[in-house]
Design a protein around this ligand. Structure first.
Ligand code: SF4
Length: 231
């Protein structure tokens, strides 16, 4: 768990009590009461929680400014034993209203890509780099991604995918730890988190520029070959 979460996690006493009942008492929650001291939580503490428990934490999270304008946080969902994990940028309007990832137009396009890969959505795990919607769908800032990164790291560790597909530069820059143009990063595997990492365009970019669909399909064929699906 990073320092930002330790420092900024504000939660009322009732919520803290509920989280304590889940076995995370006295950890990294900063109780919103004068003179009450919070104790620290190490990264190992969150690693020992299960996905549902961390999802509950995300629902209450106030570690960055994005919590102020969200309707719902969007933790992510899918097969917790998936071979393939997709990581997008941030929730959009539809996702913010429902708490589900990738259900708007871009999500529907992603569903078609997954079907073209001869898989179902239930076969994969899908989440975003940040769990709360930036206003007007702006790009999340580096600090916002950093604030939320403990949750993403947790998801990657729990799912332990063979392949991580970063949809767009926000996820790519965090996972790879390097900045470059997407066209330079796509089309090959990298190694991080004990997984093969592939960078490709976000489905929203394909909606804006359909000529990129061909490139994404080339990238998905690389993934299909790697997991043994006939192309
Ligand atoms: Fe917390 Fe992440 Fe939402 Fe920021 S975006 S408030 S760090 S869950």
């Amino acid at each position: 768990m990073n320092q930002v979460i330790k420092k900024n996690f504000e939660i009322d006493k009732t919520k803290a009590k509920r989280l304590r009942s889940m076995g995370i008492s006295g950890l990294f929650l900063q109780i919103n009461k004068k003179n009450e001291q919070s104790s620290s939580k190490t990264p190992q503490n969150i690693d020992n929680l299960n996905i549902k428990e961390v999802k509950n934490i995300v629902q209450e999270c106030q570690s960055c400014e994005l919590h102020k304008t969200r309707n719902m946080s969007v933790f992510g969902e899918g097969n917790e034993n998936a071979q393939i994990m997709f990581i997008g940028e941030a929730p959009g309007k539809d996702e913010d209203m429902t708490g589900q990832p990738f259900i708007g137009r871009a999500g529907q396009l992603l569903d078609r890509i997954i079907q073209a890969m001869k898989m179902k959505r239930e076969d994969i795990y899908i989440c975003n780099a940040v769990k709360c919607r930036p206003e007007n769908n702006r790009k999340p800032t580096v600090d916002e991604v950093k604030s939320c990164s403990s949750f993403l790291d947790f998801q990657i560790k729990k799912v332990n995918p063979k392949i991580i597909i970063c949809l767009g530069l926000v996820a790519a820059e965090y996972i790879l730890g390097q900045n470059d143009k997407l066209k330079n990063l796509r089309g090959k595997f990298y190694e991080r988190y004990g997984a093969k990492i592939l960078i490709t365009y976000h489905p929203a970019a394909l909606l804006r520029d359909p000529s990129k669909k061909k490139l994404v399909w080339e990238d998905m064929q690389i993934v299909m070959k790697e997991v043994g699906i006939d192309v």
